[in-house]
Design a protein around this ligand. Structure first.
Ligand SMILES: Cc1cc2nc3c(=O)[nH]c(=O)nc-3n(C[C@H](O)[C@H](O)[C@H](O)COP(=O)(O)OP(=O)(O)OC[C@H]3O[C@@H](n4cnc5c(N)ncnc54)[C@H](O)[C@@H]3O)c2cc1C
Length: 558
């Protein structure tokens, strides 16, 4: 089990990287704990951003500026310029591969308005864009006969001789640990929304790749920036796409007032996500919500538009909230959605460790800075997935053969034996519940010093308890008791990094809002990336500069 390029993760980023590496001549394999088309990318609804030039005033330059401003000036502008410039070509590539994007009447690709975008820039396939992309990419994977180690759970990255050599994975179908090596290894394991109890993210989004890199000594960047999406369904937290507001839906409070006119008089419901989430939370906190929610009103769009443009959202609302948006508004509230932070990479997807790359939500390039714009994440998975795949394949050409040392596998076997050997102890779910609930309470839309300090102590205690959890299923076949216990360990480490960086950031920027003690952005002290490493069993925080090419920070209003 040895390859030129080994991709860990089979969402949009992983598959796009694998395709590119294959086309650059490498022998490629993909490791995934899920069947590729079940990856969370498939749940993406609203669309994907590129300045195709359909609107006369739009351009890659405008896309780049909107992204910089949206990031609250924490995004690296060199990365953002590359991103905006290469995005249109990547869209046409997907279209040529068969992505059935919705079309405008003149036959060109339709584009809908999305939050904080200067013009309609979001390409979409009704409201199942991610589903369409993941199917198209999977077809291309199959067409190229790219090997997929399906239902293999990557547990540990392995470093030897100053290089990443591969990964040790648990074979979920047959049981047992397997070593899989790659001259180049690309992390594409997605986000970590499951650190929170209520999230739009699938159960598999537990930040595995971030935590594996962290444990290997690599730096994670901007971990305090977790995006809360403004419209998640009450009570489940399932996402209702920003595409609803893009098509013209209103947000109203219990008095039927379109409250966004108070907070973002120009952009209204299409202000950036951090702004809309804070506005909703303020309405709810000040008693103008209903059941801890506000209402998303689509009624004025009419049945025809709702059915043709937003059929998935209608179905979700009917199934999970018992509301048909043609006749009634949908109860929504902010929910944990997207991690702007992740494994620090350069614009070629390279991490600090020779032979290790990262792309997609697991990575922090950083395109999104302190706040991501809707539609920019799918685009990032494609553009930077492609770039990482290309670099990894080219580097593999000159790299030495890779091998996971026997000693690394033996150490992992020992550790696994210890975990499965425990007979008494606490079951992991209790720890997971307490982590998720406390993160929601203490590290949500608004953050207070005291709550964050308290959360650090809670996480510390939970990490202590985690050391003694018991995995009751000792079997080899589909042992989800085991894999969930491992995932919980990842979530705990990441939560510790997030809150530590949050306490230290004494300002309000993007998704990190401290209205009670540091209500404004402080560019003098904090226009810098947080950088966290794992040192002696605890997170250690440092900072790195932001790359500015042409846009100096200005006040951000919508
Ligand atoms: C409900 C929802 C809707 C969204 N809508 C939009 C949208 O409309 N537009 C937009 O731009 N963005 C959207 N986003 C964000 C965007 O979809 C994601 O950020 C993006 O798809 C992440 O892609 P990825 O390839 O990085 O990771 P994922 O698609 O999450 O894939 C991760 C892969 O890694 C594998 N993996 C993880 N851990 C391991 C492990 N330990 N071992 C082996 N394999 C592992 C998984 O099996 C999976 O294949 C949405 C997100 C959500 C949750």
């Amino acid at each position: 089990m040895s390859h030129d390029v080994l991709v860990i993760g089979a969402g949009c980023a992983g598959m796009r990287a694998a395709i590119e590496a294959h086309d650059a001549g490498a022998d490629v394999a993909v490791v995934s704990k899920l069947h590729p088309t079940r990856s969370h990318s498939g749940a993406a609804e609203g669309g994907i951003n590129a300045a195709l030039g359909n609107a006369k005033e739009d351009s890659p330059e405008a896309h780049a500026y909107d992204t910089v401003k949206g990031s609250d000036f924490l995004g690296d502008q060199d990365a953002i310029e590359v991103f905006a410039k290469e995005a249109p070509g990547d869209i046409y590539q997907l279209e040529n591969w068969g992505a059935v994007f919705t079309r405008a009447e003149d036959g060109r690709l339709a584009q809908r308005p999305f939050g904080a975008a200067g013009s309609p820039r979001t390409i979409f396939a009704a409201d199942i864009t991610g589903h369409v992309l993941i199917q198209v990419l999977y077809e291309q994977l199959v067409k190229r006969n790219i090997k997929v180690y399906e239902e293999f759970f990557a547990w540990k990255l392995v470093e030897d001789d100053g290089r990443c050599q591969g990964v040790i994975a648990w074979d979920m179908l047959n049981g047992g640990l397997k070593a899989i090596s790659g001259k180049s290894v690309i992390l594409a394991t997605g986000g970590a929304g499951r650190v929170y109890r209520v999230t739009t993210n699938a159960y598999a989004c537990t930040g595995d790749g971030m935590a594996m890199a962290l444990r290997l000594g690599l730096p994670l960047k901007d971990m305090e920036f977790m995006q809360f999406h403004p419209t998640t369904l009450y009570p489940t937290g399932i996402l209702i796409t920003e595409g609803c507001r893009g098509e013209g839906a209103y947000l109203i409070n219990k008095d039927g007032e379109r409250f966004m006119k108070k907070y973002a008089p120009n952009a209204l419901e299409l202000a950036s996500r951090d702004v809309v989430s804070r506005s909703e939370q303020t309405e709810i906190d000040e008693g103008r919500g209903i059941n801890g929610s506000v209402m998303l009103d689509l009624r004025h769009l009419g049945a025809e538009r709702i059915i043709s443009r937003l059929p998935g959202s209608r179905e979700l609302a009917m199934t999970y909230a018992g509301v048909d948006p043609i006749y009634d508004p949908i109860p929504v509230r902010p929910g944990a959605h997207y991690h702007m932070g992740g494994v620090s990479t350069d614009i070629h997807g390279k991490t600090e460790l020779e032979g290790l790359y990262a792309a997609g939500e697991v990575a922090c390039v950083s395109v999104h800075g302190a706040n991501r714009l809707g539609g920019n994440s799918l685009m990032e998975t494609i553009t930077f997935g492609r770039r990482a795949g290309r670099t990894a394949a080219e580097d593999a050409h000159f790299a030495p053969d890779a091998a996971v040392p026997d000693s690394a596998l033996a150490d992992a076997e020992r550790e696994l034996g210890e975990l499965l050997g425990r007979s008494g102890g606490e079951r992991p779910w209790q720890v997971r519940e307490e982590l998720g609930s406390s993160m929601l309470d203490n590290f949500g839309v608004f953050r207070r010093e005291e709550q964050m300090s308290n959360e650090i102590e809670i996480i510390e205690k939970l990490r202590h308890r985690y050391n003694n959890v018991v995995v009751e299923d000792k079997g080899g076949v589909f042992n989800s008791d085991l894999t969930q216990a491992i995932e919980l360990g990842y979530c705990l480490d990441l939560a510790a990094c997030m809150v530590q960086a949050g306490v230290a950031r004494k300002e309000s920027r993007g998704a990190h809002a401290r209205p009670h003690d540091y209500p404004t952005r402080d560019d003098d002290q904090f226009m810098k990336h947080s950088v966290t490493r794992w040192v002696d069993g605890a997170p250690k925080l440092d900072y790195a500069p932001v790359t500015v090419t042409k846009w100096q920070p200005t006040e951000r209003t919508y």
